[in-house]
Design a protein around this ligand. Sequence first.
Ligand code: NAD
Ligand code: MG
Length: 401
Amino acid sequence: MAVVDTLLPEPDAAPRRIAVLGATGSIGGSTLDLVARNPGLFELEALTAHRSVAALAEQALRLRPRFVALADPDGYAELKSALDGSGIEVAAGEEAVVEAASRPSDFVMSGIVGAAGLPPTLAAVRRGATVGLANKETLVCAGELMTAEVGRCGATLLPVDSEHNAIFQVLDSEEPAAVDRLILTASGGPFRTRTLEEMRAATPAEAVAHPNWSMGAKISVDSATMMNKGLELIEAHHLFGFDETRIDILVHPQSVIHSLVAYVDGSVLAQLGQPDMRTPIAYALAWPKRMAAPVDKLDLAQVATLTFEAPDAVRFPALRLAREALRQGGSAPAVLNAANEVAVAAFLAGRIGFLAIAEAVERSLERCSWIPIEGLQALFALDREARRCAEEIVEELAARG
Ligand code: NAD
Ligand code: MG
């Protein structure tokens, strides 16, 4: 296969053994697409999913991992019977997902959505694995803990989120003093040009219809509120060690420039590409080399125009909330994340309106008392408490109509 020949790691090298957490999702599917197109380069140790038994069974029978884990134990019997006779080991429950990340593999794709991805991602970090990090919520709620563990255990965190992957590619990490600021680009989402009144009436179907990227429902709603960029600001702070005041957000509706780094001499370096996650995923899978990805070539003459604008703080209050949470530190980013997860789920279920998402997050930050985070158990307890508090607020907002 031609793509195999263009992969820079030596073609006769041993296959890279990988685990894909959240295999049935958008990131997981794109990762497995690259794996399937490059037979012989990768071997699958483990795949996990939440409760999509049929999709996970289909992937397992096609790609033959050694182990599959379903987070929801209720689907165990069905998955076990679907894989009967295949020789693939089957397990279920949250511990099984952690086991998938703990088993020996060189590379773990962290593609679960939400804080549920934290325990398995941490398990991969703790055994010193190379982790492709798509699951930004883990860094938002546990940034300090996670980066400390990465250092302590000698793990490697490779950013898969397209903005952070772009920065990783153009940031001179050997010369931090040469860097002035990071500039995260944002498409502006489906409501970039909508009025507040139009946004108030927005339906879940409209909110998940992203103009440029095809992604899971939660991150699509986050893009519509621009909380996604707020979470990415916190993610960038932890990945690259920049203070919040040195990270800018720039709306760029074409999603061609995936982010930029401004240097002290006035140079600004950017990474460009199609809005196709298989580019950053391929970067992480092949790192420190590169591999071919089946993405359309970027034709700038065809794109013709790249535009930029400042984000609108009034229609997108999530950006301010994320900056404030990052400045406060301690429990604030974890509360921001937990409340956002609860509010987005409530919006998708038709319980609250679109503008109530940011309102629920803001009220949760006010109501949930601030505490320092002194370890994982404290963080898990806080996450549960923040979700309970956010549920209460969602109830109030739903009753208000
Ligand atoms: P998705 O909803 O398409 O997929 C989520 C995956 O996680 C599924 O396999 C699902 O079964 C699994 N999952 C969900 N809840 C779980 C739970 N409680 N326990 C165990 N597994 C669970 O989501 P996605 O769009 O692929 O996004 C995944 C992560 O990557 C998110 O953190 C998102 O912010 C980030 N990300 C996604 C994109 C993208 O293009 N999709 C881009 C950048 C970053
Ligand atoms: Mg992103």
